[in-house]
Design a protein around this ligand. Structure first.
Ligand code: NAD
Length: 486
């Protein structure tokens, strides 16, 4: 199979992968993939139908027994090889990822290497999927547990980290012995095809990992309704996650859901202000502000409020915004599309019409419908969208608070609970806050908590289940109890 970049440069359609064959039938519908920095189409993907998703699930079902029966070591070897292949291609795949999403090239290459780290971690965890022997009460009996792969998994992912989120799902699924049908977002479907090519090049048997493209609701409904599909793992917005959970409930299909975030970023008066401001700039503007664990609401303790806002004004006014492919890496690229820019703009307009204002000047903005002014806003009314919802763009409201209890009340006051950050030098407060923040991931004095060996996931409406770590493998395993009479 040609690399995706070779397909694109020769004008060919990027195919889907079913049962080990890359398919782009000549009568298949296609859709364009657009570079948000330039608004130019950079390629076309074959766009299937629900029937193609069903065919992929048939292939995953047929491949299941022999993959599940391989030893953990055999599965681990393939994942390890795929990790090495993927990492070896990180620069080229990163450039493709940058072009389809607008993320900075260094971040895009970093995402590909991060994806390889999930393949490596779950290669190491494959052998840890073992049961236990229980102490019997009756000398003539024995009791033990086995772990078994759940079955065929539907792996459904968004556009913001299209490669690493898919890797974080399929690596543990494959390590556990499951087979997979993946559907990627049509907004960023190119680089993720390279993840599947790396697995294939590493020797993954046909049908074990399949990749389909097509209308979201129709394809996912077909997958969830398929008799062999026993689990759906989804990352995306809370409303879509809720819809998938309802569909899965009809067949009692297991769900793992990584949903919307709303991370509070709390700076206490005793914090190292340099570190806090620098951490906030990273936690807010990484991935052009489109990260589910990105800083969303900034809470600053009143004695240092003026100093923090003046530093944020200076830092954001000096940002370089532009095309990630241009010489010299900008601090910020475009958002994924014009509709995301409009959604962010509506939140800003609502806050400003309620009396809020930007901190500092606007950086020089490139022309183009996908660019959104980055920065911080003070004075947003308490009930406004900036204070209560996920922005998912390069803007945050900044709010003052008095004391730990008020910070917690504001931070915990929404229905979301994915990540939360705080900066302080008080060790006792580190414990108290870590225990009382209602989130699944806590960043203390550090803006980048994600690593393959630690569990990632949310509470409340931010989701169910954990990805990464040993918990990420357990999601894809059933425990079987064996009772043995001697
Ligand atoms: P989205 O829910 O609109 O889309 C996610 C995926 O679901 C895409 O592939 C899309 O094509 C598909 N989809 C859309 N409508 C569907 C439907 N009716 N039925 C089935 N599938 C459907 O989300 P998005 O805009 O792509 O991503 C942004 C959201 O994802 C944010 O809320 C963000 O917080 C969340 N997110 C969460 C995490 C996490 O780990 N918790 C990570 C990344 C993004």
């Amino acid at each position: 199979m040609l690399a995706t970049t070779e397909l694109l440069s020769s004008g060919q359609v990027v195919p889907w992968l079913i049962d080990g064959r890359w398919e782009a039938p000549s009568d298949a519908a296609t859709i364009d993939v657009t570079n948000p920095a330039t608004c130019e189409a950079i390629g076309r993907i074959a766009y299937g139908q629900a029937a193609d998703a069903t065919r992929a699930a048939d292939a995953a079902s047929a491949a299941f027994d022999s993959w599940a029966q391989r030893s953990a070591g055999q599965r681990a070897d393939i994942l390890q090889r795929a990790a090495d292949i993927l990492a070896g291609r990180a620069a080229a795949i990163g450039d493709l990822l940058s072009a389809e999403t607008g993320k900075r090239r260094s971040e895009a290459a970093g995402e590909v290497n991060f994806s390889a780290s999930y393949l490596r971690w779950f290669a190491s965890q494959a052998r840890q999927a073992h049961g236990e022997v229980l102490s019997p009460e009756d000398p003539a009996r024995r009791h033990l547990t086995l772990t078994r792969p759940v079955g065929v998994v539907a792996s459904l992912t968004p556009w913001n980290f299209p490669v690493s989120i898919q890797a974080r799902k399929i690596a543990p699924a494959l390590a556990a012995g499951c087979t997979v049908v993946a559907r990627a977002s049509e907004k960023a479907p190119l680089a993720v095809a390279e993840l599947f090519r790396a697995l294939q090049d590493a020797g993954l048997p046909d049908g074990v990992a399949n990749l389909v493209q097509g209308p979201a609701a129709a394809c996912t409904d077909a997958l969830i309704a398929h008799r062999a599909v026993r689990m759906v793992t989804f990352t995306g917005s809370t409303p879509v996650g809720s819809r998938l959970m309802a569909a899965a409930s009809k067949r009692i299909v297991r769900c793992a859901l990584e949903l919307g975030g709303d991370a509070p970023f709390i700076i206490f008066a005793d914090a190292d202000i340099d570190a806090a401001v620098s951490g906030l700039m990273t936690a807010k503007f990484r991935n052009n502000g489109q990260s589910c664990i990105g800083a969303n609401r900034v809470l600053v303790e009143r004695p240092i409020f003026d100093e923090v806002v003046s530093r944020l004004a200076a830092a954001t006014s000096a940002m370089a915004v532009g095309d990630p492919a241009a010489a010299g890496e900008p601090d910020l690229g475009p958002l994924i599309d014009a509709s995301r820019v409009r959604a962010v703009g509506e939140l800003v307009d609502e806050a400003v019409s309620g009396g809020a204002h930007w901190l500092g000047d606007s950086p020089q903005m490139p022309s183009g419908p996908c660019y959104s002014r980055p920065g911080f806003i003070v004075g947003a009314p308490g009930g406004s969208g900036l204070a209560t919802t996920e922005v998912f763009g390069p803007v945050s409201g900044v709010f003052a608070f008095d004391g730990e209890d008020e910070a917690l009340a504001i931070a915990n006051g929404t229905e979301m609970g994915l990540a939360g950050y705080f900066y302080t030098r008080d060790v006792s407060r580190v414990w108290r806050m870590s225990e009382r923040l209602e989130v699944g991931i806590v960043g203390v004095n550090h803006p980048l908590p994600s690593v393959a060996f630690a569990p990632m996931g949310g509470v409340k409406q931010s989701g169910l289940g954990r990805e990464g770590a040993r918990q990420g493998l357990e999601e894809f395993l059933d425990t079987r109890y064996v009772s043995l009479g001697l």
